[in-house]
Design a protein around this ligand. Structure first.
Ligand SMILES: [Zn+2]
Length: 355
């Protein structure tokens, strides 16, 4: 982390500690107009499949409960769809929504009891393919291979399978084990065509003894699990494409097909009442574009979420909603400061301590 970044972090921490513990946050909690804070995660630790998930894709139940209880003292829990509707109508001072991406089984086994205990709500963005076909994305086969073989060996085997397309992987492999651990996933994700990459990772996964159906059962919700979440009354189901490809790496028509097929599959499997909101796979600025936002809207969604942090206001773009990614170490006082408008005050002065 460079010096400028460290300074910004320190300033952000000191400011938000002062904002929360001086009592200003509580004073501002019901003032300052409509706003919606959206939190984002993937899985809750402690389920059968949790050991398959990298640390940055899960949060412990204890930590999540602490966050849910703390924010519930300052705001009202809504789903993303409800929150956006409330923003549109101008009523919504102090709204907070939790969201979970991909549709992991722990969302039913670990998350749902927590939502009940904390009287909270959540939007679960479902990748449609695992739900329908019990296939997992290349990414989960890669995570499995990394654990089984180590990143370098997994990368070497994938490079062999890719034959003439392996230059981008060989470049990272030549730079040593540390570079491989950091860089291979990124190269697989952005620099290779989906079809040869999927075929190579699948082949290496199977040669190493991987069982895709078993992995999917451990990791992902089934149709009945998803229905149970929806029927709990605490969970809104949303779309997250068919197979979780980075939309900007696809041709326009293929990206549109990913978005539309994801939605139509959810409707077929789960009923027409799901699918108000959509989450862009990976969600960074460079992972989607304006034409994808348009395709999402034309597919019938009312809103779409990114993975850029910030607070959502009525005037904002409903197809570029901001979300704070939850991590095990993210301090609650930062979330309370954002929720109660503290960082918004600074943004109006031209200072963004969040992004
Ligand atoms: Zn995702």
């Amino acid at each position: 982390m460079n010096l400028r970044h460290r300074l910004k972090r320190t300033l952000r921490d000191l400011y938000s500690l002062a904002f929360v513990y001086s009592g200003v946050a509580r004073l501002m909690a019901r003032r300052g107009g409509a706003r919606l804070l959206i939190l984002a995660g993937h899985g809750v630790d402690g389920a059968v499949g949790s050991k398959r998930m990298p640390a940055d894709l899960k949060i412990t139940p204890e930590r999540l409960e602490e966050i849910l209880r703390a924010l519930g003292r300052y705001a009202e829990w809504v789903t993303v769809g409800e929150g956006v509707a409330r923003l549109d109508s101008g009523q919504g001072c102090g709204l907070v929504a939790l969201s979970m991406d991909d549709g992991y089984l722990d969302n039913r086994t670990q998350l749902l009891p927590l939502l009940e205990a904390c009287d909270a709500r959540c939007t679960v963005y479902l990748e449609a393919r695992p739900l329908e076909t019990r296939r997992v994305s290349w990414l989960h086969q890669w995570f499995w291979l990394e654990r089984r073989l180590g990143a370098s060996e997994a990368g070497r085997r994938c490079a062999l399978e890719l034959k003439g397309n392996s230059a981008v992987l060989n470049e990272v492999l030549a730079a040593g084990a540390d570079a491989a651990a950091r860089g291979l996933k990124r190269r697989l994700k952005y620099d290779l065509d989906a079809e040869p990459r999927d075929r190579a990772v699948q082949a290496v996964f199977e040669q190493a003894g991987g069982d895709e159906a078993a992995l999917c059962e451990e990791l992902y919700l089934g149709v009945e699990d998803a229905r149970e979440l929806r029927d709990s009354g605490r969970v809104e189901l949303g779309g997250h494409t068919w197979s979780h490809e980075v939309l900007t790496t696809l041709e326009s028509e293929a990206a549109r097909e990913e978005i539309e097929r994801g939605r139509s599959t959810l409707e077929e499997l789960l009923g027409v009442e799901c699918g108000e909101s959509f989450a862009y796979p990976f969600g960074r600025r460079w992972d989607h574009s304006a034409e994808h936002a348009q395709a999402v809207e034309e597919a019938g969604y009312q809103s779409a979420v990114t993975t850029h942090a910030g607070l959502n206001r009525p005037a904002g773009d409903a197809f570029q909603l901001r979300r704070w990614m939850l991590t095990e170490t993210l301090p609650v006082h930062l979330l309370v400061t954002e929720l109660c408008g503290g960082f918004g005050l600074l943004r109006r002065l031209g200072l963004d301590l969040v992004e």
